[in-house]
Design a protein around this ligand. Sequence first.
Ligand code: PGA
Length: 251
Amino acid sequence: MRRSMVVANWKMYVSRASARVLLREIVDAVSEPPSCEVGVCAPYVYIPDCAEIVQGTCVLLGAQNLSDHKDGPYTGEISAAMLSEFGCRLVLVGHAERRYLYGENNLSVAARYLKAIEYGIAPILCVGETLEQREQGRTFQAIAEQLDTVISIAGIDSFTRAVVGYEPVWAIGSGQTASAEQAQEVHAFIRSQIASHSPRIAESLRILYGGSVKPKSAPELFAMPDIDGGLIGVAALNKQSFLEICNAVKV
Ligand code: PGA
C-alpha cells in the first residue's frame, strides 16, 4: 500500500512573514504519525526560515526547482547540494510553469531530476499535457515523452526515490480541475509506463495529481486507485483549505 502524500507549492505567492505563519500552522496541525506525508515547497529565499520551523517535525521541506548543474559559473542558480545543506527533502522538477514560461525542456528537466537523486533529495517529477495536446489526442504521447527522457537519463531504479506529479497544464491555476476519471486515466497510464520497465517500482511509485485541487474536489480525486495524493497551489495558501485537502487522502 502506497503512503499518500500532499505537497504545497507556494510558488511566488507568499511573503516571508506569511510563509512563517502558514508553515507554523501546518506544523502544529500535522500530528505524528500523520495519515499522509505532508510537504511544503517554498521559494528559495525562505528555505532557511522554513528549515528552522520544520526541524524535528514530520513536515517535509522542499524547493520549487534546482539547477541542472552540480556547481560552477551559473549565476542565479541554486544547486542540489545547497538545498541539501538546508535540509530540503523534496524538490519540484519540471513544473509546467518552468517548462512553458522559462524554457525548460525534457532534457534539462531530466538533468535536474538526476541532480536531486544524486544528492538524496526526492524529485517530484511534474508531467502533463497542454490543452492543445489534449484536444489533439496527444496526451499520452506528451506524457510518455516526458517520462521516457528521465528514464533514459536517470534509469528506472531512480523512481524508487522519486514521486511523479501529474499536472495537466490547462488545470493549473485555472480553477478547472480535471475530473477524477480524467486524472485517473492518466495516472494509470503513467503507472503502466513505469510498469513496462519494472512492475515492482510502478506498484510502489506515488503519483500525485495537481491542478486546481480544492477541498471540495480532493476526496473524489484521492479516492481513485492510482491517485496517491496531491500537489496544491492556490488552495495551499490557506491553512484550513490545505489541511482539509490533507485530510481527504486515503488511509
Ligand atoms: P493550483 O497549482 O493548485 O493553483 O492549480 C498547482 C501547481 O501548480 O502545482
